[in-house]
Design a protein around this ligand. Structure first.
Ligand code: BGC
Length: 719
C-alpha cells in the first residue's frame, strides 16, 4: 500500500474517531478499489453508504506480524463529489481485557495508538488513474460512538455531530506487516427474532431470542432527543427465572444509546456479544417484539455437514453443536464468545477441529489461524495457549500446544490439500523439538505446566483439572503428535527416520512407565493411540469401568473427543450409544434437557437442583464437548475419510446403527460431492440408503462391498 499510517493529533480516549477525506472526480470511472486496514477495528462509509458487509474488519491476526487489509470494489459508489469516512474502534488490538492480564499489559494495550491506512485506486475510462491514500490531508473528528470495545460493548450518542475536524498526523507503524485478507470474511449471517418478552420475578424486562448466539441486537425506536436505550446481555436465566450474567465476569457487555428526535434504528458498529437474552434497562417507548432483532455474526464458513435422527434430544444436541461452532468461529476459533476471554484457546481448537471440519468448510479459516499460530510460536518451538497470543507469558502446555500438529493434519485429511502441511511443517517440527528439549524424562513429557483433562468430572473437589495424570496426557500427545509429524513429513517427501525412531521410543517408554490406568481418560488415550500392547484388552477394561460407574462418562476436554471412538472401534458400539443417549447428569443430553441451545463448558454448568457452577468459569457456549459429532459422522453414520486418500477422494463407509435411535441420516458435502448415509430400522431389518460421490467400500454387518460413485440401498439384520 502506498498510503501512510495516520492517526489523530490528540488522543480521543474512549471516543471512537472518524477519519475523513473528500475528493472530486470529473471524468467517467471505469473501476475503483479501496484497500483499508486499521489498528483496532473499522467500519468505512463512502458517500454515506457502508462500503461492505464485512463486520469487525480487519479481523484478528497476530497483529505485530500480520495485519490484514481488505480490498473493496467501490466503483458503483463513486459520484462527482466523494467522501470516505472510517470509524476505528479499539477492537481486539486495543481493548484492554477486563480481567486476566496484569495492569502493565493492560496499559500497554491501551497505549497502542489508533491508526488507519487506506488507498483508493480509481481508473478512468480515458485510461488515467487517481490514487487517494491516507496522509496528512485526511482529517478526523470525534464520532457519535463515544465508547466501543470488544468486552464492554458500545455507547452511541445519536445527538452528537462532529464539530471540529482536525488534520491527521502520520503514525510510525510498520507497513511490512500488512497482508491481503486471508481468512473468511466476518459477516452478518442470520437474523433471529424475539421469541418472548419476559417480566422476571425481579420485575426486569428481558427479551428472549430463544437461542444462544454471537452477534448483536438491532433495534428501532421512536424517541425524543436525549432519550436513552440501554440493555445488557446474558446467556441464561437463573434458577428463579431472573436475568443472570455474572458468568460474563468483567465483560460489561452493555449497549447504551442516546436517541435523536424521531424514528431511528441502531445496531452496534464495532463490537459483538454472546447472548440469548437482553435485559432492558431503559427504553423510551412500550416494547414490542418488533422493536428488536438479533443478528448472528460469524466468519463466512459454509455448512457442509448435516445429521438428523429419530431422537429429538439428539437432534437438539446436534443443533447446539452447530450453533456452538457458529458462535465461536468469528475469525479465530475461540473458547467462548461472551465473558472476558473470547480467545483463540489452542486446546479447544485441537479437540474440536475434526468436528469443525465436517460441519463446515473451515479450510481457509484454519489456514489463516494456523499461520498466526506459526507466527506466534516462540523461538524455542513452544506454542502460546491462545493464538493470537494475548497473554504474552511464554507458557506452553500439552494438548493445547499440540494444536500445532493436530489442526493442520486434520485440515489435510478432511480437504486433501497438501499445502497446509507444507505451510505448517516447520511449526509442527518446532513443537516436537520443544517437547524433546523441555521434558525432564527422555521419550516422555514429564514436567511443565499443563491443564490436564480440563474440567473432567473425576476432578478432585475444587479443581478444574481432572484426575488423569498430566504426564500421562502430555506423553500420549507427544507420541501422537510425533506420529502425525512423521506421516506429514513422508507425504512431503522428507526422510523422517529420526522422528520414526523417536515415536517408537516414546511408545516403548510409555508402555514401560504406564502399565496400569487410573481414570477413564487414561484408558481412552492408551487404547486410542495404541499406547499399549493390547488395545482390545484396554478397551474391554474401559467398557467395564464405565459400566461399573453406571454407564457414565467422566472425561474432560482431553478424553471426551475419543471415548466413543474407542468404544465403537473395539466392539462396544452399544455402550457408546448408551453414553450418547444418557439423559441424566452427567451426559451430553443432560444439558439439552436443561434447555441448552449451545454446548456448555461444564457438564454441570446448571446443576440438577438448578444452581449454577461457579460464576468465575461457566460459559454456556463452549464447543469442546461438541466434538462428539465427529463420532456421529465417523461411527454412527460410518463416513470416514481414509488417510491414504485424504479429502474424501475414496471412502470407507461402515454405518453402526442403534435401534434406540430408530433412524439416523446425514452426511458431508465434500469437494467431490455429497456423501450421504441413512439407516432406518424396519422390523427385524435395517435399510441403508447410501449415496457416495466417489468409489467406496461399504461395510454392512462386517460384509464389505466395493462400489463406484452412485446411490445404493442395502439391507442388513437388525441387532
Ligand atoms: C477457557 C478454556 C481453555 C482453558 C485453558 C479457559 O478459561 O475458557 O476453554 O481451554 O481456559 O485451560
Amino acid at each position: 500500500m502506498i498510503g501512510y499510517w495516520i492517526t489523530t493529533k490528540e488522543k480521543t480516549g474512549d471516543v471512537v474517531p472518524t477519519f475523513r477525506k473528500n475528493w472530486k472526480i470529473d471524468t467517467e470511472v471505469c473501476k475503483a478499489v479501496a484497500k483499508i486496514s486499521a489498528l483496532g477495528v473499522y467500519e468505512a462509509h463512502i458517500n454515506g453508504k457502508r462500503i461492505s458487509n464485512y463486520v469487525l474488519a480487519p479481523g484478528w491476526t497476530a497483529y505485530q506480524k500480520r495485519l490484514q487489509y481488505q480490498s473493496y470494489d467501490i466503483t458503483s459508489m463513486l459520484r462527482e463529489e466523494n467522501e470516505i469516512e472510517v470509524v476505528v474502534g479499539k477492537g481486539w488490538m486495543r481493548s484492554p481485557m477486563p480481567g486476566f492480564i496484569d495492569n502493565e499489559q493492560k496499559d500497554n494495550r491501551q497505549k497502542k495508538p489508533v491508526g488507519l491506512i487506506a488507498e483508493i485506486c480509481i481508473e478512468f475510462r480515458d485510461g488515467s488513474k487517481k490514487v487517494i491514500s491516507t496522509d496528512t490531508s485526511w482529517d478526523y473528528s470525534e464520532s457519535p460512538i463515544r465508547f466501543s470495545e470488544i468486552y464492554d460493548g458500545e455507547y452511541y450518542d445519536a445527538t452528537y455531530h462532529a464539530k471540529a475536524w482536525t488534520p491527521c498526523v502520520l503514525l510510525d507503524w510498520s507497513k511490512e506487516i500488512l497482508i491481503p485478507q486471508e481468512g473468511e470474511e466476518i459477516l452478518e449471517k442470520e437474523e433471529v427474532a424475539v421469541k418472548e418478552i419476559i417480566i422476571t420475578p425481579k420485575k426486569e424486562v428481558v427479551l428472549d431470542f430463544g437461542q444462544v448466539i454471537t452477534g448483536y441486537v438491532k433495534f428501532n425506536v421512536r424517541a425524543k432527543k436525549g432519550d436513552i436505550v440501554e440493555y445488557i446481555h446474558g446467556e441464561i436465566l437463573d434458577n428463579e427465572g431472573n436475568f443472570y450474567n455474572d458468568n460474563y465476569r468483567n465483560a460489561k457487555a452493555e449497549i447504551k444509546y442516546v436517541c435523536r428526535e424521531g424514528y431511528q434504528n441502531y445496531k452496534p458498529h464495532l463490537t459483538f456479544f454472546g447472548f440469548r437474552y437482553i435485559k432492558i434497562i431503559n427504553f423510551p417507548e412500550k416494547i414490542n417484539k418488533e422493536n428488536f432483532n438479533a443478528t448472528v455474526v460469524y466468519s463466512d464458513i459454509q455448512q457442509t455437514g448435516f445429521i438428523e435422527s429419530g431422537n429429538e434430544l439428539v437432534n437438539r444436541l446436534i443443533s447446539n453443536i452447530f450453533w456452538g461452532q457458529k458462535g465461536n468461529f468469528l475469525d479465530v476459533p475461540t473458547d467462548c464468545p461472551q465473558r472476558d476471554e473470547r480467545l483463540g484457546w489452542t486446546g479447544d481448537a485441537a479437540v474440536f477441529v475434526k468436528a469443525a471440519s465436517y460441519n463446515y468448510d473451515v479450510e481457509r479459516f484454519f489456514g489463516k489461524w494456523l499461520r498466526d499460530l506459526a507466527c506466534e510460536q516462540y523461538d524455542n518451538g513452544g506454542i502460546p495457549d491462545v493464538v493470537p497470543d494475548y497473554f504474552l507469558n511464554g507458557k506452553s502446555s500439552s494438548v493445547w500446544g499440540d494444536a500445532a500438529v493436530i489442526c493442520p493434519w486434520q485440515i489435510y485429511i478432511t480437504y486433501g490439500n497438501i499445502e497446509i502441511l507444507k505451510t505448517q511443517f516447520e511449526s509442527m517440527k518446532g513443537w516436537i523439538s520443544f517437547i524433546t528439549e523441555m521434558t525432564t524424562t527422555q521419550y516422555l513429557w514429564t514436567g511443565g505446566s499443563h491443564y490436564g483433562d480440563w474440567l473432567a468430572i473425576d476432578a478432585p473437589e475444587g479443581s478444574r483439572t481432572g484426575a488423569t495424570r498430566k504426564d500421562f496426557i502430555a506423553s500420549a500427545f507427544y507420541y501422537s503428535s510425533t506420529n502425525i509429524f512423521v506421516k506429514a513429513g513422508k507425504i512431503l517427501g522428507y526422510d523422517m527416520k529420526e522422528y520414526e525412531d523417536l515415536a517408537s521410543n516414546i511408545r516403548k517408554r510409555f508402555i514401560e512407565k504406564y502399565s496400569t490406568y487410573t481414570t477413564q481418560t487414561e484408558y481412552v488415550l492408551a487404547a486410542y493411540f495404541k499406547l499399549c500392547e493390547e488395545p482390545q484388552k484396554v478397551a474391554d477394561e474401559l467398557a467395564g469401568i464405565i459400566r461399573t460407574v453406571g454407564c457414565v462418562n467422566q472425561t474432560g476436554f482431553v478424553g471426551t473427543p475419543f471415548i466413543l471412538h474407542v468404544l465403537s472401534r473395539y466392539g462396544y458400539q452399544e455402550l457408546a450409544y448408551t453414553l450418547l443417549l444418557r439423559e441424566e447428569y452427567p451426559s451430553w443430553l443432560y444439558s439439552v434437557k436443561k434447555g441448552a441451545t449451545t454446548v456448555w463448558e461444564h457438564w454441570d454448568g446448571i446443576k440438577e437442583d438448578g444452581s449454577l457452577w461457579d460464576k468465575k468459569m461457566n460459559s454456556f457456549n463452549h464447543y469442546a464437548y461438541g466434538s462428539i459429532i465427529d463420532w456421529m459422522y465417523e461411527e454412527a453414520l460410518g463416513i470416514k475419510p481414509c488417510e491414504e486418500n485424504p479429502g474424501f477422494t475414496k471412502l470407507f463407509i461402515a454405518p453402526k446403527p442403534d435401534k434406540r435411535l430408530k433412524w439416523m441420516g446425514g452426511g458431508i458435502n465434500t469437494s467431490h460431492g455429497k456423501v450421504r448415509v441413512k439407516w432406518t430400522f424396519k422390523g427385524n431389518e435395517i435399510r441403508y440408503n447410501i449415496i457416495t460421490p466417489v468409489p467406496a467400500i461399504i461395510s454392512i454387518n462386517g460384509k464389505e462391498t466395493q462400489v463406484d460413485s452412485g446411490s445404493y440401498i442395502f439391507w442388513g439384520k437388525a441387532y
